[in-house]
Design a protein around this ligand. Structure first.
Ligand SMILES: [Fe+2]
Length: 393
């Protein structure tokens, strides 16, 4: 560490706690907002999760309009339409209450609202641009997954080129109210939770790893190990939901300063060829990634094993430590009824078809896959994807 320079950003404040959403009106008043666009999916509205939010807005005399159309991976045309509505309505702030896609949609709307434009594609030329709008953005997650309320990452689908791309925009404030996650369905809880796990593992093993990210990611990982399966099986357990909500945010804060790497690039590859959910791809990929990384970052792999409460004798090889962590992840996946790639109706060939994405990109993260000290060749990528297919049945 003596020869390392690293930077860590604390992008935005967070208010955390049960029923914390009730302070949203007061916070918007502090920001000088008069009319809000409230972005949330129809299920969030139906769940009653917004009652406290609306009471708080009314108490502060803040006007609001709803935008209830939310789609996975925030398609650009959806952002453009929502932004036009926000501009026409004279909104001066955006609140996103929902999962990662909803929060990223809210970020995109805020950018266009600030610019008084209706074409998000203009800001997505390829590698992510950092553009912070002057319109306040408050994000309140209803899933414990992407951590978007605390990171600069917004994943948006550029429909013109048919690619997921990123714009770097951070929230003005994140409100993490674990009560909002109580109605998250079990399957979504599992998907989001394995995404958190992958964010932790990749932050700890990144070439850009640093002590700040490591301590946060290891703490988040312990929380995932101890609470994800409970959240899946007993969604109304507020203690377990609170731990996962914190883990999700901390995993985001960890990877903000290290980036995610080969694991998430491989998820992009699987997503391109198999169209499976991101969090489930994270679950399939992470155990195999750990094995690939075992000899490059053995000390970090041991720390991950401790955080995952893996019992070690001390005589294991690096690879055996990684395999034991993989066994624990597979147990958690079984407990959460995670299906295999075959279970999703995908063949081995389907999985291998994404190998070119690993080797050549284009990558959402704007970098080449050199995170494991030596770049993967096409043969390496095919073998890696094959191992992912075979290792979990
Ligand atoms: Fe992710």
């Amino acid at each position: 560490m003596a020869n390392t320079i690293f930077r860590y950003d604390q992008l935005n404040p967070i208010i955390f706690g049960a029923n914390a959403i009730g302070c949203v009106g007061e916070e918007l008043t502090k920001l000088g907002c008069k009319k809000l666009m409230l972005v949330c999916g129809p299920n969030v509205t139906k769940s009653g999760a917004l009652v406290k939010c609306e009471e708080s807005l009314k108490a502060e005399n803040i006007g609001y309009v709803y935008w209830n159309e939310v789609e996975p991976d925030a398609p650009s045309s959806l952002i453009n339409r929502a932004a036009k509505y926000a501009i026409d309505e004279g909104c001066d702030a955006v609140l996103g209450v929902g999962g990662g896609s909803c929060m990223d949609l809210a970020k995109g709307i805020a950018l266009l609202l600030d610019k008084k434009e209706t074409e998000i594609e203009k800001y997505m030329p390829g590698p992510p641009l950092t553009i912070q709008p002057n319109v306040p953005i408050i994000l309140a997650p209803t899933t414990s997954g992407s951590g978007s309320e605390g990171t600069q990452v917004s994943v948006i689908t550029h429909e013109g080129v048919g690619q997921k791309r990123a714009i770097f925009i951070h929230a003005t404030l994140g409100i993490i109210d674990p009560v909002l996650t109580l109605t998250c369905p079990p399957s979504v809880t599992a998907q989001a939770g394995f995404d958190v796990l992958a964010h932790c593992v990749e932050a700890i093993t990144s070439r850009d790893r640093n002590p700040h990210s490591e301590v946060i990611a290891l703490s988040a990982l312990r929380r995932v190990r101890d609470n994800l399966v409970e959240c899946y099986k007993n969604g109304s357990n507020l203690d377990a939901r609170s731990e996962m909500a914190l883990a999700s945010n901390w995993a985001g804060l960890a990877f903000v300063n290290t980036d995610v790497h080969l694991g998430h690039i491989t998820c992009d590859a699987l997503s391109a060829s198999c169209h499976t959910p991101h969090g489930i791809e994270c679950a399939w990929v992470t155990p195999v990634l750990l094995k690939l990384m075992a000899d490059y970052v053995p000390a970090e792999i041991k720390k991950i094993a401790e955080a995952m409460r893996v019992e070690l004798t001390g005589s294991e090889t690096n690879l055996e430590v990684a395999e034991k962590i993989g066994d624990v992840i597979h147990e958690m996946m079984k407990a959460c009824d995670v299906k295999s790639l075959a279970g999703y109706g995908k063949t081995r060939e389907d999985a291998l078809a994404g190998a070119n994405v690993i080797v050549e990109g284009p990558h959402l993260w704007g970098k080449c896959p050199v995170y494991v000290e030596k770049p993967l060749t096409m043969d390496d990528a095919v073998k890696f994807l094959g191992d992912i297919y075979d290792s979990y049945q």
